[in-house]
Design a binder for this molecule. Structure first.
Ligand SMILES: Cc1cc2nc3c(=O)[nH]c(=O)nc-3n(C[C@H](O)[C@H](O)[C@H](O)COP(=O)(O)OP(=O)(O)OC[C@H]3O[C@@H](n4cnc5c(N)ncnc54)[C@H](O)[C@@H]3O)c2cc1C
Length: 167
């Protein structure tokens, strides 16, 4: 049975075997980044190298790396400037806040994340309170939704809040 992450139109369909570590890694990453995807577990023989990712434009990738999927989604960004006033490594709550305040103060700011934007706060369902959410958000919002408020704020103000470089 297939599984959809949200009511949104999936940006990626992932076909793979139940229990596949590679498929799990892709799903985990997309979930953390709040990218709607559909997971379709396969049984039986196939010639394809699993997992297979399918995109709305018909592109099909066999056994892709996370980096290849990110590039396909247009998420991978090289820094647009040769020099920055402020470079922040890590887009958890601390890095996101620093990026917002650094760039609001006029500093040319780059935010570099090695994995998924939002840090622990975007991945844990057990957060009870969170920056910008005064009333116990855990009951009402997903980790990725919780992270999205400071992320969109950082994207608005930061020169490159999406310059992530996973494997
Ligand atoms: C189960 C759980 C429940 C929690 N509940 C609460 C709560 O209710 N309220 C609360 O306020 N806090 C809570 N916390 C703590 C909160 O999540 C952390 O304090 C907060 O995420 C720390 O933010 P940070 O930005 O310092 O670090 P992190 O969230 O750890 O983010 C660090 C980021 O840096 C990236 N990174 C690391 N090294 C590099 C590198 N070399 N280059 C690029 N990127 C790098 C990582 O991938 C990560 O995204 C909880 C934590 C957990 C695990």
């Amino acid at each position: 049975m297939s599984e959809q992450t949200s009511g949104k139109t999936p940006l990626v369909k992932i076909y793979g075997r139940l229990g596949s570590a590679e498929a799990y890694q892709l799903r985990d990453f997309l979930h953390r980044c709040d990218v709607p995807f559909e997971w379709i577990p396969l049984e039986g023989d196939t010639q394809a190298r699993l997992p297979v990712c399918e995109f709305p434009d018909g592109t099909r990738m066999e056994s892709p790396t996370i980096r290849q999927v990110i590039e396909k989604l247009g998420w991978f960004a090289n820094p647009s400037r040769a020099e920055y006033d402020l470079a922040i490594y890590g887009a958890g709550p601390a890095g996101l806040s620093a990026a917002v305040y650094g760039s609001s103060d006029g500093l040319k700011t780059v935010l570099v994340e090695r994995w998924a934007i939002g840090g622990q706060a975007a991945s844990s369902p057990r957060i009870e309170n969170y920056l910008g959410f005064p009333e116990a958000p855990a009951a009402r919002s997903s980790p990725s939704a919780r992270a999205s408020r400071p992320i969109s704020s950082a994207r608005r103000s930061c020169s490159r809040a999406r310059a992530c470089a996973p494997r």
